[in-house]
Design a protein around this ligand. Sequence first.
Ligand code: GLU
Length: 391
Amino acid sequence: MTSSPKALDQYRRIVIKIGSALLVDRSSGLKKAWLDAICDDIAALRAKGVDILVVSSGAIALGRSVLDMHAGALKLEESQASAAVGQISLARHWSESLSRTSIVAGQILLTLADTEERRRYLNARATIHQLLKIGAVPIINENDTVATTEIRYGDNDRLAARVATMTGADLLILLSDIDGLYTAPPHLDPDARFLEEISDITPEIEAMAGGAASEFSRGGMRTKIDAGKIATGAGCAMIIASGKSANPLKSISEGARCSWFAPSGTPVTARKTWIAGQLQPAGELHVDAGAETALGAGKSLLPAGVREVKGNFSRGDTIAVLGPQGREIARGLAGYDAEDARRITGRKSSEIEDILGYAGRAAMIHRDDLVLTETSRKPPSVSTKKDTAHA
Ligand code: GLU
């Protein structure tokens, strides 16, 4: 993993977040020329083999402009209605603009629960991956029409960061009307220094972003730093850059000023850390010695090695894997609901379709969704009393 910025075409998968002000003008509506230009930038990166995902704001702003709504703050139901009107138009514009370069757009609208709940998270991730696989560019926004205050992200910076971690992106670019992070708000403090590279989001860096109260005047820097914590913690670099120029991605590649946040790990280890860090496992799989050895060698957990399924979990829930001694040896995301897992326990993967009536996954827990727990890496001689008690 690199620890310094590199040219955009050197990244494998980039999530680009676009702020409302870049796309929508209050009086004239969608900024078509700007959208066409960034679609050209996207096409150029895709031609170099980079996967691109877009998190596009602008539904509420565009709906407001289409509906010619009043200028003041909107009530929740007004912004939801604006989003309903604006999103359909926003998606159409993206689709039309991208199709100029023969790229197909696919719309994804997410709510907070879609990224917090593991099963929905896995389903959303699978759809996004499928879109990328068929060569479409996912155009993502929060589903503002149904999300109420308690269950919404409310800002697309953090949503974009979750999308980046969910899809294993190696770069997140936040485009807005500010070109990066300063030591203090530049319009208030003449001594404010621009920060080009941030290797670690320390409490000092967080303080520079200010609190929620000053969010507006700092161009929403608070949510951008929050996004940086989510993304870099999962091994994804982040860039905050101005999107004011017509071809902002090209400009970044050509050296335009921006703030670059270094990733703190690799996507894989961060993802596994996320799995290991899940709260209470929803169930247990008790496995035989052969399966324990296979897991230790980095293999997936197949139904054949499972002896017993405990608990009532759903596919995608975090579950614990216990070895023949009764010790937890791994944690992972269930490939099957508990009921189906019980039916295929001890059976060969080739028998799954006959037993369940559908072709499920070959593994009970896929190795990408599995992490060995700390105790399983210790030699038997350091077993604790607790381990013995369990045995
Ligand atoms: N989801 C909102 C919209 O599309 C924007 C939220 C944000 O920009 O942070 O209007």
